[in-house]
Ligand binder design. Structure first.
Ligand code: ZN
Length: 277
């Protein structure tokens, strides 16, 4: 996590924890897309990252971190961790563990963890969308009492991922904006529905200005535009026709707002996971 004027949040948090509890072992699970930092590394006894993307192993990874803690507290394990930064930037969407190259990489992690003296092995894939100086892939290995072993295994895993660096690819179809629309309208003609596209407000502009849009028999649903100001302007106006400028409140660098006229279909207040409306 990044915090304005603070930089990395986790390093700061763990450093504070360490200063309050200098003698208590600190272990933590991490998201697979962590950007590892020196501050995190030097203030924690050991990390372990998720091995599944999408992250379906949060519980197991937490359990793994807890076991390392218990082993340290009760069985005198002496965690030594090694960290190798691998200068590769990939998008999170390229790290799905249900397809190669990740299948092979995760298998290598599990084999490493089964070796005598190893406590955890992780590929931390970084989060390139956050665009900061810590962004990169990292290999992180924890060994019991043997820093050299941790370092040796981390270098091996780093060499493996480096050798695979050109094999990462998107699992979904990816196109430039105009090409995406051509593919979509072609698919509509073929009757391939539903079609899901993910992009910014600029893409919505493109859809609205394309005259093929008016010929569609089924409506387009465009979801997930973050704009609290525009949302508020719809309050109490359900059923009314209004002109609204919305979008690009969060991402001001790569998208721009849209002004358009339409009907307010619904306004949901105090939304919660329980579905209270
Ligand atoms: Zn993640």
């Amino acid at each position: 996590m990044r915090v304005k004027k603070q930089g990395e949040a986790e390093g700061y948090f763990i450093e504070e924890l360490r200063s309050i509890f200098p003698d208590i072992p600190i272990f933590s699970s991490l998201d697979m897309h962590t950007s590892m930092t020196s501050r995190m590394h030097s203030n924690c006894d050991g990390f372990v990252g998720y091995k599944c993307a999408p992250h379906t192993d949060c519980f197991e990874t937490g359990e793994h971190a807890a076991k390392m803690t218990i082993n340290t507290l009760e069985n005198n394990a002496n965690a030594k961790s090694a960290w190798v930064r691998v200068p590769i930037l990939i998008a999170g969407e390229q790290s799905s563990t249900s397809v190669e190259t990740m299948i092979e990489l995760i298998r290598a992690l599990r084999e490493c963890e089964r070796k005598e003296g190893l406590m955890a092995a992780s590929y931390l894939m970084g989060f390139s969308w956050a665009d900061n100086e810590d962004g990169s892939i990292a290999v992180y290995v924890v060994a019991d009492g043997d820093l050299e072993l941790a370092q040796k295994e981390a270098v091996k895993l780093a060499e493996l991922i480096w050798a695979k660096k050109d094999n990462f690819s998107f699992q979904t179809e990816t196109y430039h904006e105009k090409e995406a629309l051509d593919v979509v309208f072609e698919a509509v003609k073929e009757g391939e529905l539903p079609i899901y596209i993910s992009d910014s407000t600029d893409f919505l502009k493109l859809i609205m200005s394309d005259n093929r849009t008016d010929t569609l028999r089924k409506p387009i649903i465009y979801g997930g535009i973050y704009d609290p100001i525009a949302t508020k302007q719809c309050e109490g106006r359900v059923g009314e026709v209004i002109t609204l400028t919305f979008g690009a409140k969060f991402d001001t660098a790569t998208s721009s707002p849209i002004t358009t006229t339409g009907i307010v279909k619904a306004y949901i207040k105090n939304w919660s996971r329980k579905g209270k409306i």
